[in-house]
Design a protein around this ligand. Structure first.
Ligand code: ATP
Length: 240
């Protein structure tokens, strides 16, 4: 269990009148980049909310860094970047980060460090409301990096970014994982899957696979992860 940053068992979640996670279980190894992939609406954000501990669950449990998800002690150990950037439109990048750094009691110098890490050095004094979509998502990522969390939960962090920025962000994710940080990165773009060390493939509230990209390719007998996903969907359909 100590080798895992996150372990989920028998997780069921209802949102509105529907069950959106059905008996979900998975394990995320420490220091890895785990991709959470699946089509829009399959339940990725809901699952990430369970990991961060902000989602009411109907059944099951999630253990994060050895503690129940949502525990007080986890607050400063997890960084979470949602799809809607958690930054204030009328503050500059630096002001916004200073504000969150104060709340998190992040060490001095952290604001400059995270600004550099996400490549916003030339925009520190720009007002958040005037940033481009890609700059805004990087500002949100910078907030998640404050305080050097052990687990980073990133909901579609590369959406809307051009290929160069996407590459730079993946370099950053790899550097963080190299330092021992665990990352869970959601995406609905299958071409990001190959960049991950582990994959959780989701569809309609179920985990179709919890494996490495190589093992998935071997199991589905295809070199292409998008095809692998489609074969798993068909397999599941045949069983159901
Ligand atoms: N507040 C809510 N109330 C009721 N149903 C919700 C709510 N939020 C999400 N849902 C439903 O739960 C399901 C899973 O949504 P979720 O946002 O987790 O999916 P997702 O895979 O993250 O999608 P996307 O990639 O589009 O963000 C969807 O069917 C969605 O319509």
């Amino acid at each position: 269990m100590d080798n895992y940053a996150v372990v989920a068992e028998g997780l069921r979640v209802r949102r509105g009148s529907r069950e959106v996670l059905h008996d979900v279980g998975f394990a995320v190894p420490r220091g890895s980049i785990t991709g959470l992939l699946g089509p829009s609406g399959c339940g990725k954000t809901t699952l990430l909310r369970c990991v961060v501990g902000v989602q009411v669950v109907a059944a099951g449990r999630v253990t994060v860094l050895g503690e129940p998800a949502g525990s007080r002690g986890l607050r400063n150990r997890i960084g979470y970047a949602t799809q809607n950037p958690a930054v204030y439109a009328d503050l500059t990048v630096r002001e916004s980060l200073r504000y969150f750094a104060a709340i998190l009691r992040a060490p001095k110098g952290d604001v400059d460090r995270v600004i550099e890490e996400v490549g916003l050095g030339s925009h520190t004094d720009h007002v958040i409301g005037e940033l481009s979509g890609g700059q805004l998502s990087r500002a949100s990522l910078a907030v998640a990096l404050l305080g050097r969390p052990e687990l980073l939960v990133l909901d579609e962090p590369t959406v809307g970014l051009d290929p160069v920025l996407r590459e730079e962000l993946w370099d950053l994710f790899n550097r963080l994982a190299g330092r021992g940080v665990t990352l869970i990165v959601s995406s609905h773009v299958m071409d990001e899957a190959a960049r991950c060390q582990r994959l959780l493939l989701m569809r309609d509230g179920d985990i179709l696979a919890d494996d490495t990209p190589d093992a998935l390719r071997a199991r589905t007998d295809t070199a292409d992860l998008e095809q692998a996903f489609l074969r798993l969907v068909r397999e599941q359909g045949a069983v159901a």
